[in-house]
Design a protein around this ligand. Structure first.
Ligand code: NAD
Length: 273
């Protein structure tokens, strides 16, 4: 086999997916299992986690660990458990996150009514919840000199989205941290470690279903606006993240670091006019 044959090979890698019991995280997990990757789902929601692991256990080497990405000790315990049996970490996918209703500005409100506690909470989860796992698991990746970290950004960082103030600033911080961490890892720990982010467009999941769809499944007024600005005129399907995840996880992207890749049906490219 030539070096080219191994470009996209993921077999035998060990992956951690934070927020792994969620819609996007568990779809990615299922795909990575099909590529013979060992997968650890880390999630705060024990019930969702058990269901996700049960649904995928026939597909390969899958494990679920209850974990809070905002608590260093919880992350460290998970790291110890993973290393005990699997001895390495190749991939860290920081998918834990999402918007929170209280952190949005309601239609009858303005920025001057913003609830700072909710603003902090959404920044905590999305931003600190990316930084902390990157510190805990990234340290192990740095020791081995090879690995890939993939963060979750959002369309909310590219252009402003009405009402969504806290989540936007949190994900903008994730973008900045992705670039910073890519530099830190490459300069201090070598060119085998890469840090990138994906920026999904609009995918219907637990956290945004009520915003995007009416109870009868039709588009809300807000999602009609999303469609107007999405040249492909549809939501993304969770499986449509898998190609970029595979690329960023494999040696095919060995010189790619510090990037934020939109997966958005053209949303970020289109002015809307
Ligand atoms: P989801 O709600 O289905 O999944 C998020 C998961 O994170 C849940 O299982 C939840 O239990 C877990 N979680 C929450 N707090 C946690 C904590 N403190 N510790 C550990 N786990 C925690 O949402 P999703 O749409 O699958 O979101 C995955 C990622 O994709 C998020 O970062 C989200 O911001 C991002 N994203 C989603 C969209 C979209 O359209 N759905 C678009 C852009 C970015």
């Amino acid at each position: 086999m030539t070096q080219q044959d191994y470009l996209f090979d993921l077999e035998g890698k060990v992956a951690i997916i934070t927020g792994g019991a969620g819609v996007l995280g568990s779809t990615i997990a299922s795909y990575l299992l099909s590529q013979k990757v060992s997968v650890f789902l880390l999630d705060l929601n024990e019930e969702l986690l058990q269901n996700a692991v049960a649904a995928m256990k026939e597909k390969g080497d899958i494990h679920g660990l209850v974990c809070n990405v905002l608590q260093k000790e919880s992350l460290q315990n998970c790291k110890a458990t993973i290393l005990e049996t699997h001895h390495k970490i190749d991939l860290l996918i920081n998918a834990a996150g999402g918007n929170m209703k209280g952190a949005n500005i309601a239609p009858e409100q303005s920025i001057f009514d913003m609830n700072m506690d909710d603003f902090k909470k959404v920044n905590d989860l999305n931003f600190h919840g990316t930084v902390l796992p990157s510190m805990v698991f990234g340290e192990q990746i740095a020791k081995s000199g090879k690995g890939s970290i993939i963060n979750f950004s959002s369309m909310a960082t590219i252009q402003s989205i009405t009402r969504v103030v806290g989540y936007s600033s949190a994900k903008a911080s994730v973008d900045n941290f992705t670039q910073w961490m890519s530099m830190e890892m490459a300069i201090k720990f070598g060119d085998g470690i890469r840090v990138n982010a994906i920026a999904p467009g609009f995918f219907v999941t637990h956290q945004n279903r009520a915003v995007l769809l009416n109870e009868d499944g039709s588009l809300t007024e807000r999602s009609k606006l999303v469609m107007q600005k999405t040249p492909m005129r549809r939501f993304g399907k969770p499986e449509e993240l898998n190609g970029v995840i595979h690329f960023l996880s494999s040696d095919a992207s060995s010189f790619v670091t510090g990037t934020i890749i939109p997966i958005d049906g053209g949303f970020s490219a289109f002015s809307g006019v």
